[in-house]
Design a protein around this ligand. Structure first.
Ligand code: NAP
Length: 274
């Protein structure tokens, strides 16, 4: 029997998740089939229900549906409940749809383990307050940064998000205009979709320096506008390919009960991204 999974998003044609999961399946000798599914805000709930009704065992959820996915699930993991964000839905053997968020462990594994850049005691700035930003908050705070600031185009969302997690550390939120008053950050994570439209966020010049790491959750063939901007300011840069792989491994573990080794998928992905 083949276990079927999909990733639901808008747009979705660019997603490398099917490649990653197919490779995980081959390496763990699990028979899986993983596809892409496009949806809309209006049809998202039906898309998930139809997928499960047609025999799907689970799905990943990506931009812009991670917050909406919370409502589709019958129950949530503790992390997904607190974050208000779901990127992995699993059809449990009791028939319920269980929502999880694996973005946080994925991001932290990539920064700390793959890039060997500790988060502990660092000043961290998170750009964006959508589903991905919500999903990574707990995992970042678990690493004990000296502070975590969230900046978002819609400032109220950043402030509200900071309040949800303010018992876990020094967390604050604002719009982009307030960044001018803050000192430089050691790690700046771009969790916005601005790069998808080729737009560069308007950021103050002093935000990063030579020791900083600028991490863009987006992955693409070329360095994103955010990464290019950070390089001009002396920072090291990374894109979200490693996060994609690490969060996928966590999803695979939830669905298939085995965490695949992640290193073996990179050559194929680099080949595909040119
Ligand atoms: P989302 O829920 O749609 O949130 C979008 C965020 O981007 C919001 O904070 C939004 O601000 C902001 N934004 C959109 N356009 C903007 C612009 N022109 N200028 C400034 N801010 C803008 O999306 P998401 O699920 O959080 O995903 C965010 C990004 O992370 C996506 O590119 C996704 O592919 C990527 N991601 C990658 C991985 C990975 O494994 N590598 C995992 C998760 C997410 P407002 O609130 O003001 O609208």
């Amino acid at each position: 029997m083949i276990n079927r999974y999909t990733v639901i998003g808008q747009p979705i044609a660019h997603s490398l998740s099917p490649v990653v999961h197919q490779l995980f399946g081959e390496h763990t000798q699990r028979k899986i089939k993983y596809t892409r599914t496009e949806s809309t805000t209006e049809t998202f709930d039906t898309t998930v229900r139809d997928w499960i009704a047609s025999g799907g065992r689970g799905c990943n959820v990506t931009s812009p549906f991670k917050e909406q996915a919370v409502q589709v699930c019958d129950r949530l993991s503790r992390e997904a409940h607190r974050a208000g964000s779901v990127n992995t839905i699993h059809l449990h053997r009791d028939g319920n749809l269980v929502g999880h968020t694996t973005d946080g462990p994925g991001l932290v594994a990539d920064i700390v383990k793959n890039w060997r850049y500790p988060i502990a005691d660092k000043r961290v700035l998170l750009l964006g307050a959508g589903g991905a930003a919500r999903g990574v908050m707990q995992a970042i705070l678990k690493q004990s940064p000296s502070m975590l600031h969230i900046a978002n185009r819609t400032a109220e969302k950043a402030v509200a998000l900071a309040e949800i997690f303010d018992d876990l550390g020094a967390v604050s939120g604002s719009g982009y205009d307030a960044l001018g008053e803050l000192d430089a950050f050691d790690i700046v994570i771009n969790a916005t979709t601005s790069g998808m439209s080729g737009t560069m966020l308007v950021l103050p010049e002093h935000l990063m320096n030579a020791g900083s790491l600028a991490y863009d959750m987006t992955y693409a063939q070329r360095d994103t506008p955010f990464m290019l901007w950070a390089q001009q300011h002396g920072a090291s840069t990374a894109n979200g390919l490693g996060m994609l792989v690490e969060q996928a491994a966590e999803s695979f573990l939830i669905w298939e009960d085995v965490r695949p080794k992640t290193r073996m998928v990179y050559p194929r992905l680099h080949e595909m991204l040119g």
